[in-house]
Design a binder for this molecule. Structure first.
Ligand SMILES: *Cc1c(COP(=O)(O)O)cnc(C)c1O
Length: 427
């Protein structure tokens, strides 16, 4: 790229990719291979000893995956990234890199339902404890921090409620206690909001959603902000102490501002194995190229749909931060002025039964457990994604019995509204 400081649209298309040096292929090739030939035994030894970067085996690294990693790191403004098989795999590897048995972290209580499960149930088998706090109240995070707290975790734009969080205020709490702030930026994407610019240290994504954007490939990514001092407190031994697997290398000392991404790769991905397939990496790189165009259309369509729903007499409330009278509108204007995202919820006057019937009455909308597809999607969280939660947790997560969640697609907005209109008429 000719400019030192290319714009977001340019990075979305070019970051991390060059024409293939051997064939001249312009699109990123799918390097569908498990392993890579070493130049000689010294080269192999240097790769295995972390003295030199390079491809060994696709569980650890692959050239198609590397393009995806560089692209997302560039879009988020991070120093490095690690792409993995899913958003949940990314979260697992992030916490594995910083937690020891008996440690805890403080997380927002408004999160993707799968993350509530992962943190609250699955992580118990590692003896990692989650403590829930209210993302609208930064002081509630501080109240949960103790000696064994290792991190704070939030979503920039919370799924499914569609609410923006005051990232800078929570980052201040994290900084005061020398803790890294981890932000799940799946719903906003770096097109709308870059958490590293507001004090986050690590960003995670489910690439499955808007970055891939077409509902066809699973993937996740960890972006290293390069901002956190992993050695200062002595609380992150995986980064600050000699690693027996690598002849005593101290990762933070050796790799500086990309140490977290390296540790998640060579100690997490290598040993747990949730590698992304080269094919999925290719699909996600391709998706990322149109992220700015798609995301703006998603936001414009969602705002029009939210405004229309608000006037409908079978709807009791609409929760979309893009609406001027929404309580979250000021935070949206501050953190994400280009738009409020594609996903939001509204309440049906008929409650739980009306929610189920409405979803069944839609024709163009797809009833499924995903967001961020080109297509418009709908779900009734209380009977699906959030059904494992207690009624109290459901309400806290913005997924009460009357709640319907839309992920507004990029079709013609008049067709989206027509489908909603006919389904509401049938209630
Ligand atoms: C989907 C999602 C995840 C989990 O990602 P997967 O790719 O499904 O593993 C995490 N956080 C948010 C906000 C999500 O929407």
């Amino acid at each position: 790229m000719t400019k030192d400081n290319p714009g977001f649209n340019t990075l979305a298309i070019h970051a991390g990719a060059q024409p293939d040096p051997t064939t001249g292929a312009r699109a990123t090739p799918i390097y569908q291979t498990t392993s890579f030939v070493f130049n000689d035994t010294d080269h192999a030894a240097a790769l295995f000893g972390l003295q030199q970067f390079g491809n060994i085996y696709t569980r650890i690294m692959n050239p198609t995956q590397a393009v995806l990693e560089e692209r997302i790191a560039a879009l988020e403004g991070g120093t490095a990234a690690l792409a993995v098989a899913s958003g949940h795999a990314a979260q697992l590897l992030v916490f594995h890199t910083i937690m020891n048995p008996g440690d805890n972290f403080v997380a927002a209580n408004r999160l993707y339902g799968g993350s509530v499960n992962q943190f609250g149930h699955a992580f118990k088998s590692f003896d990692w404890q989650v403590r829930w706090a209210d993302p609208a109240d930064p002081a509630s995070f501080e109240a949960k921090i103790d000696r064994r707290t290792k991190a704070i975790f939030i979503e920039s734009l919370a799924n499914p409620g569609g609410t923006f969080v005051d990232i800078a205020a929570i980052a201040e709490v994290a900084r005061k206690h020398d803790l890294p702030l981890i932000v799940d930026n799946t719903m906003a994407t770096p097109y709308l909001l870059r958490p590293l610019e507001h004090g986050a240290d690590i960003v995670v994504h489910s690439l499955t959603k808007f970055i891939g954007g077409h509902g066809n490939s699973m993937g996740g990514v960890i972006v290293d902000g390069g901002t956190f001092d992993w050695s200062k407190s002595g609380k992150y031994p995986m980064l600050s102490e000699p690693r027996p697997e690598y002849a005593g290398v101290v990762l933070h000392q050796t790799f500086g501002n990309i140490a977290f991404a390296i540790a998640a790769r060579v100690l997490g991905l290598r040993d747990f194995g949730p590698a992304i397939s080269p094919f999925n990496a290719f699909m996600l790189v391709t998706g990322a190229e149109t992220l700015p165009l798609r995301m703006q259309r998603h936001c414009d369509n969602a705002l029009a749909v939210a405004k229309w729903l608000k006037t409908h007499d079978k709807i009791s409330w609409v929760n979309y931060a893009g609406l001027e009278d929404d309580p979250n509108h000021a935070l949206q204007q501050r953190y994400s002025p280009k738009g409020a995202g594609a996903v939001f919820t509204f309440g049906l006057k008929g409650g739980y039964e009306a929610g189920k019937r409405f979803v069944e009455g839609l024709e163009m909308f797809s009833h499924l457990a995903n967001i961020g597809d080109t297509r418009s999607l709908v779900i009734h969280p209380a009977s699906t994604t959030h059904r494992q939660l207690t009624p109290g947790q459901q309400v806290a997560a913005g997924a009460g019995p009357d709640v319907v969640r839309l992920s507004v697609g990029i079709e013609d907005v008049s067709d989206i509204i027509a489908d909603l209109e006919q389904a509401l008429a049938k209630l």
